[in-house]
Write a protein that binds this ligand. Sequence first.
Ligand code: SAM
Length: 344
Amino acid sequence: MSTLSRIRRRLPRSTGPRAVVPASAGVCSAGAVAAALTGHDGIATALLALLGGVIVAALLMLYRRLAKVQKAGVAAQWDLRTTVEEMQRRLVAAVERERLTAGDRHLELAEAIARVRQLTDRKAGSAQVLSLPREFEATVQLFQGFIPRAPMPSSGDFALNPTDLLELLHLIRTRRPRLVLELGSGTSSVWIAYALEKSGGRLVSLDHEPGYAYRTRAALATHGLTEIAEVRDAPLTPVGIDGRDYSWYDPEALADLHDIDFVLIDGPPAATGPDARYPALHMIEKRLADQATIVFDDAGRPDEQAALADWTQRYDGLTREGELLGRHAVLTFARPPAMATVRG
Ligand SMILES: C[S@@+](CC[C@H](N)C(=O)[O-])C[C@H]1O[C@@H](n2cnc3c(N)ncnc32)[C@H](O)[C@@H]1O
C-alpha cells in the first residue's frame, strides 16, 4: 500500500458536514438578503449572526481537519520509516540468502571435483588391475629365486612392485655388486639382502623416518639378514646445489662409504618436497666405484624425469640403459679415466 493511500485511509470520511456548512451559509446569506430587502431588519440581523456562527463552526471544523491531516502525516512518516526498515531487512536477508547459495555452489563444486578425483583414481585403479597378471608373474618368479626364512613384507604402493623387484634382483645377481646403497628402506631391503646373501656383498640402507628404519631393521632381523644389511637413520637436512636449497639425507650417514657399485634411489618420498631425489647424484657421485649401476625408481614422474635429464647431461660417465621396466630406470655409471685418477 502506498504512503498516500495510507494518509487517505487515516483521514475521516466526513462528506456530510462538508456539504452542510456551505448549504447553511448559502441559506443564511440568501435569507438575510431577502429579509433586508423586504424590510425585516431583525430577521436579517439574526440570519447574519447565524451566518457568523456557521463560519466559526466551519473554521473550527477546518482546524480539526488540519490537525487530523498533520497527525496522519506523522503516522505516514512513521509508516514510511517502518517500510524502509522492512525493505532494508528484506535486502539484507536476500543478500545473506545469495551468500549462502554461493556457499552451497562452492560446496557443490568441491564435491564435483572430489567425484572427478575419485573417477581418476578409479582409472589409476583400473591400470593397477590391468597390471595384475604381470605383477603375479613377477611374484611367482621372485619366490622361485628365494625361499624366505620368514613371511616377506608386502610389495607395491610405497614399496617396489614385484616387477621392479624382479629386475632389481636380476641386476644384483648378474652384476654382483660388493656394496649396495639404498636410499629409502623397506621391503626392497629384505629382498636385496637375500640376493646379496647369495651373490656376496652388503647393503647399507638410509631412511629419514626412524619409524620405518626401525620396521626395516626388525624385518631384516626376522629374516636373519643383519650380517648382510644395515639400516641407517639419516634425517633430511638442507643441502644446497647450484644456489638452490633441497632437503636430503644427512650426508654424515654416508661419510664412511666408498666404492659403492650399486645404488637404489627410492627416497626421499616426493611428499618431502619438490625434486626430492635430485640431490642424490651430487651427494653420492664421489663415493661411487669407477663402475656402478644405479636403479632409479618412479622414473616416469616429472621430477624424476627432470633429474634424469640433468644428471645424464651433467655427468659424462652416466648413461641410461634400455626402456623402462615397471616404474624404474637403470643407469650405468662409468667414471671417466681422468676423473678416476683425480678421485684416487
Ligand atoms: C618409497 S619408500 C621406500 C620403499 C622401499 N625402497 C621399498 O621398496 O620397500 C621411501 C620412504 O618412504 C617412507 N615410507 C615407507 N612406507 C611408507 C608408507 N606406507 N607411508 C609413508 N611413508 C612410507 C620410508 O621412510 C621410506 O624410506
